[in-house]
Design a protein around this ligand. Sequence first.
Ligand code: ADP
Length: 488
Amino acid sequence: MSQVLEKDFSNIKITMDTSPYMMCLTKNESVVYVNTKWLSFTGRSLSEETGEGRFNYIHKEDINHVKEVIGFFLKTQKPYRVQYRLLHVDGKYKWVVEDGRLFLSPDGTSLGFVSKCVDIDKEKKTEIKLHAAETKYRRLFETAHDGILILDAENAEITDVNPFLKELLGYSKEEFLGKKLWEVGPFKNIHKSKELFKTLQETGYVRYEDMPLETKSGELVAVEFVSNAYMAGATRVMQCNIRDIRERKRAEMVDSALTTLKQEKQKNAFIADVTHELRTPLAIIKGNVELALRAKNVTNKKTFQAINLEINHLTKMIIDLAVLTTDNQIVQRKINLEKINLSALLSDVVRRLQVVSASREISISLNMPNGVITSGDASYLEKLFSNIISNGIYYGKKNGFIQVDGRVEKKQIIVTVTDNGIGISEDELPNIFERFYRTFHAREVHDGGTGLGLAMSKWIVEAHLGTITVASEMHKGTTFTISLPLFS
Ligand code: ADP
């Protein structure tokens, strides 16, 4: 090294050591000197870093790129900038950015090149993460099975459109980009689109459950349109998600048609049941009237008693049917809710029915705390309990019993009605609350039933926000459990 170079070299070493940056002096592709800042970053000795050494500590994925940039610099001598990962004292690679330039002596001779390095690890990692997130978003955007449209929130210009939407509406990317929302075919309903954009600007959110869009070929596509405004960096954008709901709408239409069909079928079945049930008493009446007409003595008492019985039966059926077929909400409004002393109401019902049960030699006992108050309609509640207890009498055994118990539990009054009558088979049990359903055995022991009492009872309980359940065993007996809310 000449005298001049020696002096210049020691000067540059001093400058490098006082720099706040990591610095490196390279000549002929071989490192001559790195400053103390550099050594403290890498934790290595000067001899390890000089010569060919420093390339050993660059991440193997970055080394070719660094060599390429430096090679280009050596050819052109133009300042360069390169980013790479350098092995840090903590044993991990850290991102640095290196700026290099030619280093000339005062007389203009090249002394090699000097480079300045800055630790950009944090920024670089954030950038990499951001880039990964962007790539992920881009992938979602490109492959989404919903149409996505991005608008500039300031002027409604379309800045991006995904492949799904292009395909759905039949327009090319060029036909969307740079246009205002209402300048593109499907959104050409200017008034509506402008309105949409205005709401979106004001509230940041717009949703249309079912919006028809016209494709380029003139087909109408039903879509769900949801749009949100948000900040993307410094600009406010609007993302519109457009979902093709044709399939869903078709399925809903099929569903609703099936429901209507089912309701229609139920109605028809009900009408068939009613006609069937009304036919029997009418036939009996007709038979008796014919008999009476043929008889010499038309005022035959027995005939008219039979007619009367059937008329009572028909009346009972028609009264229950009238309630059961009225729209629930209308009847609910008819129900007169007031403070009811259920203990008193039940002992009244039991007393009245004891007259009937005594004739069948069935005892009824009531065990209920005094003064239990519920809110309800007295006439309906009386009907409910007299239905359930009467069934215990009709389907009870001679010398049997009916036990009515009441207890208060968690803001509910629970009443159980237990008999030791004919019972209900396991198969038939799930059906007994259905209109007109009567068990096989019941038809044999009591022919005056209509099969409407329990349907009516269930209806009354539910209108009072309560529940009714049944447990039974064939030939052993049945327990009905009714739960009603206490007055509050
Ligand atoms: P019904 O007018 O026939 O008594 P319900 O609707 O009151 O009509 O009862 C429906 C059917 O449930 C009855 O026909 C009977 O088969 C059965 N059932 C109801 N209560 C009892 C009971 N306590 N014991 C046995 N079977 C019962």
